[in-house]
Design a protein around this ligand. Sequence first.
Ligand code: GSH
Length: 217
Amino acid sequence: MSQADLSKPILYGADYSVYVRIARLVLVEKQVDYELVPVDVFAEGGPPAQYLERQPFGRIPAFEHDGFRIYETAAITRYVDEAFPGPTLQPAEPCPRALMNQILGIVDSYAYRTLVWDLYVETVSKPRDGGKTDEARVARALPVAETCLAELARLKRHGEWLLGDAVTLADLYLAPVFGYFEKAAMAAPMLARHPALAAWWERVKGRESIRTTEPTI
Ligand SMILES: N[C@@H](CCC(=O)N[C@@H](CS)C(=O)NCC(=O)O)C(=O)O
C-alpha cells in the first residue's frame, strides 16, 4: 500500500444514511479524497461484529484517518473541517458559531427523527415497501415539524446560506434531512410558509456536493 493510500480517510456507512451523507458532504466540500466502505446497519442480524469494534452503538458512520478512529458525525465533521485544508466550515465568531451549533442540535434532537422517520419513513418509504403508516405517529409529528421549520427559518441569517454568505456545517447537516423530507406530501405546503428556507433548499440542491451524494435507493 502506498503512502497516499495510508493517508486516505475511510468513511464506513451506507449512502442512504442521513448521517453518512452529512459526513460525505463535508468531505466533498473540503475536497478531501476519501473511500466509502459499505456497512449496512439495517441488514438482517445487524451490522457485522467487526464494525461494532469501530462503533459499539451500531450506528453509521464511523471514520478512520491515518490510524485515528472516531465515530459520531459531530466529531467526524469537525475533525475533517479542522484537519484538512480548504474552506473553513465553522464560523470563527462566537455568535454565528453558537447559532451553527444550535442548528446542529436541532437536527440531532428534533428534525432528523421528526422529518425523516416520523414523516418521510411513515408516509413514503413504509407504504412503498408494503407497510402501514402509523397515522397517530404522523399526527404527533406534524406540530414538531412545524416548530422545526419555524425555528430554522427564524435562525436563518440574511444571505445565501443558513448563517449568511458562507456554507457551514449547519447547511450540510440540514440538507440530507430535507432530501428525504421533501419527498413527503406535507413538505411542500409546510415549506411554502417559510419562503427564505424554501429558497435556501432550492439553492442547496444546486451544489455539486449534494448532486454527487444523492442516495442510490
Ligand atoms: N449520533 C450518531 C447518529 C448516527 C445515526 O443515527 N445513524 C443512523 C443512520 S442515518 C443509524 O446508524 N441507524 C441505525 C439504527 O438506528 O440502528 C452520529 O451522529 O453519528
